[in-house]
Ligand binder design. Structure first.
Ligand code: ZN
Ligand code: ZN
Length: 360
Protein backbone atom coordinates (compact mmCIF):
# COMPACT_ATOMS: atom_id res chain seq x y z
CA UNK A 1 0.00 0.00 0.00
CA UNK A 2 0.97 3.65 -0.43
CA UNK A 3 1.84 5.67 2.66
CA UNK A 4 3.38 9.07 3.49
CA UNK A 5 6.65 8.37 5.30
CA UNK A 6 8.68 10.80 7.42
CA UNK A 7 12.32 9.79 6.97
CA UNK A 8 14.05 12.72 8.66
CA UNK A 9 12.94 15.61 10.84
CA UNK A 10 12.44 18.78 8.81
CA UNK A 11 12.07 17.05 5.44
CA UNK A 12 8.91 16.54 3.33
CA UNK A 13 6.95 13.29 3.71
CA UNK A 14 7.66 10.78 0.93
CA UNK A 15 4.96 8.68 -0.72
CA UNK A 16 6.33 5.13 -0.56
CA UNK A 17 5.23 1.49 -0.64
CA UNK A 18 4.75 0.06 2.85
CA UNK A 19 3.65 -3.48 3.75
CA UNK A 20 0.88 -4.04 6.28
CA UNK A 21 0.39 -7.27 8.27
CA UNK A 22 -2.83 -9.25 8.70
CA UNK A 23 -4.90 -8.72 11.90
CA UNK A 24 -3.88 -10.56 15.06
CA UNK A 25 -6.64 -11.85 17.38
CA UNK A 26 -7.61 -8.41 18.75
CA UNK A 27 -6.76 -6.32 15.70
CA UNK A 28 -8.70 -4.64 12.89
CA UNK A 29 -7.58 -3.93 9.32
CA UNK A 30 -9.13 -0.70 8.05
CA UNK A 31 -9.32 0.75 4.52
CA UNK A 32 -8.57 4.43 5.14
CA UNK A 33 -11.17 6.76 3.61
CA UNK A 34 -10.13 10.10 5.09
CA UNK A 35 -7.30 11.48 7.22
CA UNK A 36 -7.05 14.99 8.64
CA UNK A 37 -3.80 16.93 8.89
CA UNK A 38 -3.35 17.79 12.56
CA UNK A 39 -0.96 20.28 14.10
CA UNK A 40 0.49 17.49 16.23
CA UNK A 41 1.79 15.78 13.08
CA UNK A 42 3.64 19.00 12.31
CA UNK A 43 5.30 18.95 15.75
CA UNK A 44 6.82 15.57 14.87
CA UNK A 45 7.78 16.69 11.33
CA UNK A 46 9.53 19.73 12.78
CA UNK A 47 11.10 17.76 15.62
CA UNK A 48 9.69 19.66 18.61
CA UNK A 49 8.45 16.24 19.75
CA UNK A 50 10.56 13.13 19.08
CA UNK A 51 9.51 9.89 17.35
CA UNK A 52 11.59 6.98 16.01
CA UNK A 53 12.02 7.34 12.24
CA UNK A 54 11.22 6.46 9.53
CA UNK A 55 7.51 6.48 10.40
CA UNK A 56 4.11 6.84 8.74
CA UNK A 57 2.45 9.85 10.42
CA UNK A 58 -1.28 10.70 10.63
CA UNK A 59 -3.70 10.06 13.50
CA UNK A 60 -7.08 11.62 12.64
CA UNK A 61 -8.93 9.21 10.42
CA UNK A 62 -11.99 7.25 9.42
CA UNK A 63 -12.44 4.25 7.16
CA UNK A 64 -14.15 0.93 6.50
CA UNK A 65 -13.29 -2.37 8.23
CA UNK A 66 -11.73 -4.84 5.78
CA UNK A 67 -10.76 -7.71 8.11
CA UNK A 68 -10.90 -8.51 11.81
CA UNK A 69 -9.00 -10.82 14.16
CA UNK A 70 -10.54 -13.97 15.62
CA UNK A 71 -11.35 -12.38 19.01
CA UNK A 72 -12.70 -9.02 17.81
CA UNK A 73 -16.25 -8.38 19.03
CA UNK A 74 -16.58 -4.59 18.83
CA UNK A 75 -16.61 -4.15 15.03
CA UNK A 76 -17.31 -6.32 11.98
CA UNK A 77 -16.23 -6.33 8.33
CA UNK A 78 -17.92 -3.50 6.42
CA UNK A 79 -18.43 -1.29 9.49
CA UNK A 80 -17.61 2.39 9.13
CA UNK A 81 -15.21 3.37 11.88
CA UNK A 82 -13.48 6.38 13.39
CA UNK A 83 -10.02 5.69 14.77
CA UNK A 84 -8.63 7.14 18.01
CA UNK A 85 -5.04 7.36 19.17
CA UNK A 86 -6.27 6.82 22.75
CA UNK A 87 -6.06 3.03 22.45
CA UNK A 88 -7.15 1.60 25.81
CA UNK A 89 -6.48 -1.83 27.28
CA UNK A 90 -9.70 -2.08 29.30
CA UNK A 91 -8.13 -3.63 32.42
CA UNK A 92 -5.64 -1.16 33.95
CA UNK A 93 -6.41 1.23 36.79
CA UNK A 94 -7.02 4.18 34.41
CA UNK A 95 -9.43 2.16 32.28
CA UNK A 96 -11.25 0.63 35.24
CA UNK A 97 -11.81 4.03 36.84
CA UNK A 98 -13.25 5.52 33.65
CA UNK A 99 -10.16 7.38 32.44
CA UNK A 100 -9.65 5.48 29.19
CA UNK A 101 -7.69 8.29 27.57
CA UNK A 102 -4.97 8.05 30.26
CA UNK A 103 -4.26 4.35 29.59
CA UNK A 104 -0.58 3.69 28.91
CA UNK A 105 -0.74 -0.10 28.91
CA UNK A 106 1.40 -1.71 26.20
CA UNK A 107 -1.27 -4.39 25.74
CA UNK A 108 -2.77 -2.60 22.74
CA UNK A 109 0.54 -2.77 20.86
CA UNK A 110 2.27 -5.78 19.34
CA UNK A 111 5.00 -7.41 21.39
CA UNK A 112 8.59 -6.75 20.26
CA UNK A 113 8.99 -10.43 19.43
CA UNK A 114 5.96 -10.42 17.09
CA UNK A 115 6.03 -9.33 13.45
CA UNK A 116 5.52 -5.52 13.27
CA UNK A 117 2.18 -4.20 11.99
CA UNK A 118 4.01 -2.13 9.37
CA UNK A 119 7.15 -3.10 7.48
CA UNK A 120 9.16 -1.82 4.57
CA UNK A 121 11.53 -4.11 2.68
CA UNK A 122 11.52 -6.49 5.62
CA UNK A 123 12.32 -3.88 8.28
CA UNK A 124 9.70 -2.85 10.88
CA UNK A 125 8.29 0.68 10.85
CA UNK A 126 7.17 2.04 14.24
CA UNK A 127 3.43 2.80 14.25
CA UNK A 128 2.67 6.47 14.95
CA UNK A 129 0.29 7.01 17.90
CA UNK A 130 -1.18 3.50 17.48
CA UNK A 131 -2.57 4.46 14.05
CA UNK A 132 -0.32 5.76 11.18
CA UNK A 133 -3.22 7.19 9.16
CA UNK A 134 -1.42 8.74 6.18
CA UNK A 135 -1.72 5.38 4.45
CA UNK A 136 -4.23 3.49 2.32
CA UNK A 137 -4.79 0.98 5.13
CA UNK A 138 -4.39 0.90 8.92
CA UNK A 139 -3.91 -2.08 11.23
CA UNK A 140 -5.04 -1.15 14.74
CA UNK A 141 -6.06 -2.68 18.05
CA UNK A 142 -9.83 -3.12 18.29
CA UNK A 143 -9.77 -0.60 21.16
CA UNK A 144 -8.40 2.08 18.80
CA UNK A 145 -11.53 2.39 16.65
CA UNK A 146 -15.29 2.59 17.04
CA UNK A 147 -18.13 1.83 14.62
CA UNK A 148 -20.42 4.69 13.62
CA UNK A 149 -23.70 5.03 11.71
CA UNK A 150 -23.28 4.62 7.96
CA UNK A 151 -25.07 7.81 6.92
CA UNK A 152 -22.21 9.85 8.45
CA UNK A 153 -19.82 11.23 5.77
CA UNK A 154 -16.36 9.78 6.45
CA UNK A 155 -14.35 12.90 5.55
CA UNK A 156 -16.10 14.74 8.37
CA UNK A 157 -16.05 11.70 10.66
CA UNK A 158 -12.24 11.70 10.44
CA UNK A 159 -12.07 15.08 12.20
CA UNK A 160 -13.89 13.63 15.20
CA UNK A 161 -10.94 11.23 15.54
CA UNK A 162 -8.62 13.90 16.96
CA UNK A 163 -9.25 17.66 16.75
CA UNK A 164 -12.98 17.60 17.42
CA UNK A 165 -12.81 15.05 20.24
CA UNK A 166 -9.91 17.01 21.71
CA UNK A 167 -11.63 20.40 21.60
CA UNK A 168 -15.18 19.37 22.47
CA UNK A 169 -13.92 16.96 25.15
CA UNK A 170 -11.79 19.67 26.78
CA UNK A 171 -14.96 21.72 27.32
CA UNK A 172 -17.42 18.98 28.28
CA UNK A 173 -15.12 16.48 30.06
CA UNK A 174 -11.81 18.01 31.20
CA UNK A 175 -13.22 21.32 32.40
CA UNK A 176 -16.92 20.34 32.77
CA UNK A 177 -18.35 23.62 31.48
CA UNK A 178 -21.79 24.22 33.03
CA UNK A 179 -24.77 26.02 31.47
CA UNK A 180 -24.41 29.80 31.66
CA UNK A 181 -20.69 29.86 32.48
CA UNK A 182 -18.23 32.07 30.64
CA UNK A 183 -15.50 30.67 28.42
CA UNK A 184 -12.47 32.00 26.53
CA UNK A 185 -10.65 30.06 23.83
CA UNK A 186 -7.18 31.11 22.66
CA UNK A 187 -6.45 29.93 19.12
CA UNK A 188 -9.07 29.29 16.42
CA UNK A 189 -7.56 26.36 14.52
CA UNK A 190 -9.39 23.04 14.35
CA UNK A 191 -9.03 22.26 18.06
CA UNK A 192 -9.89 25.77 19.24
CA UNK A 193 -13.00 25.90 17.04
CA UNK A 194 -14.04 22.51 18.42
CA UNK A 195 -13.56 23.81 21.99
CA UNK A 196 -15.80 26.78 21.14
CA UNK A 197 -18.39 24.38 19.73
CA UNK A 198 -18.05 22.11 22.79
CA UNK A 199 -18.59 25.05 25.15
CA UNK A 200 -21.73 25.95 23.18
CA UNK A 201 -22.99 22.35 23.38
CA UNK A 202 -22.38 22.46 27.16
CA UNK A 203 -24.52 25.61 27.34
CA UNK A 204 -21.88 28.28 28.03
CA UNK A 205 -23.37 31.77 28.30
CA UNK A 206 -20.53 33.72 26.68
CA UNK A 207 -17.79 32.24 24.52
CA UNK A 208 -14.95 34.62 23.72
CA UNK A 209 -12.73 33.49 20.83
CA UNK A 210 -9.19 34.88 20.58
CA UNK A 211 -6.81 34.69 17.60
CA UNK A 212 -4.01 36.70 15.99
CA UNK A 213 -5.66 36.40 12.55
CA UNK A 214 -8.64 38.77 12.22
CA UNK A 215 -10.31 36.65 9.52
CA UNK A 216 -10.77 33.86 12.09
CA UNK A 217 -13.50 35.98 13.70
CA UNK A 218 -16.16 34.94 11.19
CA UNK A 219 -15.18 31.30 11.50
CA UNK A 220 -15.32 31.49 15.31
CA UNK A 221 -18.85 32.92 15.16
CA UNK A 222 -19.93 30.05 12.89
CA UNK A 223 -18.83 27.70 15.69
CA UNK A 224 -21.00 29.67 18.14
CA UNK A 225 -18.47 32.07 19.67
CA UNK A 226 -20.35 35.08 21.03
CA UNK A 227 -17.40 37.50 20.87
CA UNK A 228 -14.02 37.70 19.12
CA UNK A 229 -10.77 39.38 20.13
CA UNK A 230 -8.06 40.07 17.56
CA UNK A 231 -4.99 39.52 19.76
CA UNK A 232 -2.69 41.17 17.21
CA UNK A 233 -4.37 44.51 18.02
CA UNK A 234 -4.91 44.40 21.78
CA UNK A 235 -3.89 42.81 25.11
CA UNK A 236 -6.25 39.83 25.12
CA UNK A 237 -5.96 39.19 28.88
CA UNK A 238 -6.88 42.76 29.80
CA UNK A 239 -9.70 42.78 27.27
CA UNK A 240 -11.23 39.53 28.58
CA UNK A 241 -11.07 40.71 32.19
CA UNK A 242 -12.78 43.98 31.26
CA UNK A 243 -15.44 42.33 29.11
CA UNK A 244 -16.34 39.82 31.81
CA UNK A 245 -15.83 42.10 34.83
CA UNK A 246 -13.19 39.92 36.43
CA UNK A 247 -12.40 36.98 34.16
CA UNK A 248 -13.85 33.75 32.79
CA UNK A 249 -14.83 30.48 34.47
CA UNK A 250 -12.97 28.38 31.90
CA UNK A 251 -10.16 29.19 29.49
CA UNK A 252 -8.70 26.95 26.81
CA UNK A 253 -5.26 27.26 25.24
CA UNK A 254 -5.36 25.64 21.80
CA UNK A 255 -2.06 26.76 20.28
CA UNK A 256 0.74 25.14 22.29
CA UNK A 257 2.85 28.07 23.51
CA UNK A 258 4.05 28.89 27.03
CA UNK A 259 2.97 32.53 26.59
CA UNK A 260 -0.61 31.71 25.66
CA UNK A 261 -0.83 29.14 28.49
CA UNK A 262 0.14 31.95 30.89
CA UNK A 263 -2.47 34.20 29.27
CA UNK A 264 -5.12 31.48 29.69
CA UNK A 265 -4.38 31.46 33.44
CA UNK A 266 -4.26 35.27 33.56
CA UNK A 267 -7.81 35.69 32.25
CA UNK A 268 -9.49 33.51 34.91
CA UNK A 269 -11.87 34.75 37.57
CA UNK A 270 -11.57 33.35 41.12
CA UNK A 271 -12.23 29.61 41.05
CA UNK A 272 -11.66 29.46 37.30
CA UNK A 273 -9.85 26.72 35.42
CA UNK A 274 -7.33 27.11 32.59
CA UNK A 275 -7.00 24.11 30.27
CA UNK A 276 -3.86 23.72 28.21
CA UNK A 277 -4.74 21.64 25.14
CA UNK A 278 -1.88 22.70 22.85
CA UNK A 279 1.43 20.84 22.79
CA UNK A 280 3.98 23.17 24.39
CA UNK A 281 7.42 22.34 22.91
CA UNK A 282 9.55 20.15 25.17
CA UNK A 283 11.85 22.28 27.34
CA UNK A 284 9.59 25.37 27.46
CA UNK A 285 8.57 26.37 31.00
CA UNK A 286 5.48 28.32 32.01
CA UNK A 287 5.51 30.77 34.90
CA UNK A 288 2.50 31.91 36.91
CA UNK A 289 1.91 34.52 39.63
CA UNK A 290 1.87 32.53 42.87
CA UNK A 291 -0.59 34.83 44.66
CA UNK A 292 -3.26 34.03 42.06
CA UNK A 293 -3.53 30.51 43.48
CA UNK A 294 -5.12 32.04 46.57
CA UNK A 295 -8.18 32.68 44.44
CA UNK A 296 -8.44 28.91 43.81
CA UNK A 297 -7.48 29.34 40.18
CA UNK A 298 -6.36 26.16 38.47
CA UNK A 299 -4.34 25.27 35.40
CA UNK A 300 -4.43 21.76 34.00
CA UNK A 301 -3.56 19.79 30.90
CA UNK A 302 -6.25 18.38 28.65
CA UNK A 303 -5.23 15.45 26.46
CA UNK A 304 -7.50 14.17 23.70
CA UNK A 305 -10.46 15.76 25.48
CA UNK A 306 -10.32 13.30 28.40
CA UNK A 307 -12.28 11.04 26.05
CA UNK A 308 -14.15 7.80 26.49
CA UNK A 309 -14.13 7.62 22.72
CA UNK A 310 -16.21 4.45 22.10
CA UNK A 311 -19.07 6.26 23.85
CA UNK A 312 -18.24 9.84 22.88
CA UNK A 313 -17.60 9.53 19.15
CA UNK A 314 -20.94 7.99 18.12
CA UNK A 315 -22.61 10.71 20.23
CA UNK A 316 -20.61 13.39 18.41
CA UNK A 317 -21.72 11.84 15.10
CA UNK A 318 -25.35 12.18 16.23
CA UNK A 319 -24.68 15.80 17.20
CA UNK A 320 -23.28 16.48 13.71
CA UNK A 321 -26.26 14.82 12.06
CA UNK A 322 -28.71 16.92 14.08
CA UNK A 323 -26.80 20.15 13.48
CA UNK A 324 -25.30 20.79 16.92
CA UNK A 325 -21.73 19.85 15.99
CA UNK A 326 -20.13 21.90 13.21
CA UNK A 327 -17.81 19.97 10.90
CA UNK A 328 -18.54 21.21 7.36
CA UNK A 329 -17.17 24.65 8.27
CA UNK A 330 -13.94 23.14 9.61
CA UNK A 331 -12.70 21.56 6.37
CA UNK A 332 -10.97 24.17 4.28
CA UNK A 333 -9.65 21.83 1.60
CA UNK A 334 -9.77 18.18 0.54
CA UNK A 335 -6.51 16.84 -0.88
CA UNK A 336 -4.94 13.60 -2.16
CA UNK A 337 -2.30 11.67 -0.22
CA UNK A 338 0.42 12.94 -2.58
CA UNK A 339 -0.52 16.55 -1.68
CA UNK A 340 0.16 16.03 2.02
CA UNK A 341 3.20 18.33 2.08
CA UNK A 342 1.22 21.14 0.43
CA UNK A 343 -1.39 20.65 3.15
CA UNK A 344 1.21 21.17 5.88
CA UNK A 345 2.59 24.23 4.05
CA UNK A 346 -0.93 25.73 4.19
CA UNK A 347 -1.22 24.84 7.88
CA UNK A 348 1.94 26.81 8.67
CA UNK A 349 0.34 29.95 7.22
CA UNK A 350 -2.18 29.74 10.06
CA UNK A 351 -5.23 30.82 8.05
CA UNK A 352 -6.89 27.58 7.05
CA UNK A 353 -8.78 25.58 9.60
CA UNK A 354 -8.16 22.05 8.32
CA UNK A 355 -7.03 20.02 5.29
CA UNK A 356 -8.33 16.47 4.91
CA UNK A 357 -6.79 13.76 2.74
CA UNK A 358 -9.49 11.77 0.97
CA UNK A 359 -8.74 8.31 -0.43
CA UNK A 360 -10.75 6.84 -3.32
ZN1 ZN B 1 -4.23 15.45 16.38
ZN1 ZN C 1 -5.86 0.58 30.29
Amino acid sequence: MKAAVLRQVGTPLQIEDVQINMPGPHEVLIRTKAAGLCHSDLHFIEGSYPHPLPAVLGHESAGVVEAIGSEVRTVKVGDHVITCLSAYCGHCESCLTGHLSLCVSPDTKRDAKDEPRLTQNGAGLPQFLNLSSFAEQMLVHEHACVAIRKDMPLDRAALIGCSVMTGVGAAIHTSSVRPGETVAVIGCGGVGLAAINGAAIAGAGRIIAIDMVASKGNLAHQFCATEFIDASQTDAVKEVIEMTKGGVHHSFEAIGLAKTAEQAFGMLRRGGTANVIGMIPIGQMISLPGFALLGEKRIQGSMMGSNRFPVDMPRLVDMYMNGKLKLDEMISQRIRLDQVNEGFAEMKKGELARSVIVFD
